[in-house]
Design a protein around this ligand. Structure first.
Ligand SMILES: [Zn+2]
Length: 235
């Protein structure tokens, strides 16, 4: 029986592992592997045409990142991140995004300022078009530039990890707090970062996430098609 061993185009094991990890991550974040789906190493190895050990490593990385959970007797499954999990995650994110904006106000480069300007222009057009998926992508790109601009690699690592989990939760819960207010918050963060106003940047960064967290806790659920329905909330 063929096991789909790595071919010549996949030079070494580590690169195959990275490739498998990125592939699975995209499948999870795009919801092609939905929450609760079992991540069977033999089946995925066959599907991706690679050997089992890089897939096993990729699944372990996804577990560490919070995108998969180890379930007794079932192995790894794609995580279901509930609104409650998300709200707790936002508590951490509020502080870290504030810190990123504060550091960015001191360390941002001209190139990053241009990137942010370009992002905001694109985002404005997206908000006008009402494309929610594109809005989430533009939103994520803005935060990626801000955390890069902070110049702190630890902060960058933690925030990108949190953002992966948030993206997963958003696709599974359809939680959004409105594109227009988000864009407005971004413009405020950008103005403070560009102007080198560290305290204002931090406050604007924190406010943005705090507002999202409050919206998350107060808004009625729109769609939660993968988790168990909350008690008494079945429609
Ligand atoms: Zn944002």
């Amino acid at each position: 029986m063929t096991q789909g061993a790595p071919t010549d185009e996949q030079p070494d094991r580590r690169r195959v592992g990275d490739w498998a990890y990125n592939r699975l991550r995209v499948l999870i974040l795009n919801h092609e592997l939905t929450p609760g789906t079992r991540l069977s190493v033999p089946a995925l190895a066959e599907q991706l045409s690679v050997s089992r050990s890089p897939v096993r490593e990729a699944v372990l990385r996804l577990i560490r990142e919070g995108l998969a959970d180890e379930v007794p007797h079932r192995g790894a499954v794609v995580s279901h991140i509930s609104r409650t999990d998300l709200a707790v995650l936002y508590e951490v994110r509020e502080v870290l995004e504030g810190l990123a904006a504060r550091l960015a106000a001191v360390a941002v480069t001209d190139e990053e300022v241009s990137e942010l300007e370009e992002n905001l222009q694109e985002h404005e057009a997206i908000v006008a078009s009402g494309d929610l998926e594109a809005h989430m992508d533009a939103d994520m790109r803005f935060h990626a530039v801000i955390r890069e601009a902070s110049g702190n690699p630890w902060l960058t690592t933690y925030l990108s990890q949190i953002q992966g989990q948030i993206r997963l939760a958003m696709t599974s819960t359809s939680v959004t707090a409105g594109a227009e207010p988000a864009l407005h918050d971004h413009q405020r963060i950008f103005a403070a970062v560009k102007g080198g106003q560290a305290a204002e940047a931090e406050e604007a960064g924190r406010m943005h996430i705090r507002r999202l967290r409050e919206a998350l806790l107060n808004d009625p659920p729109l769609r939660d098609d993968t988790g168990p329905p909350p008690a008494g909330a079945r429609r």
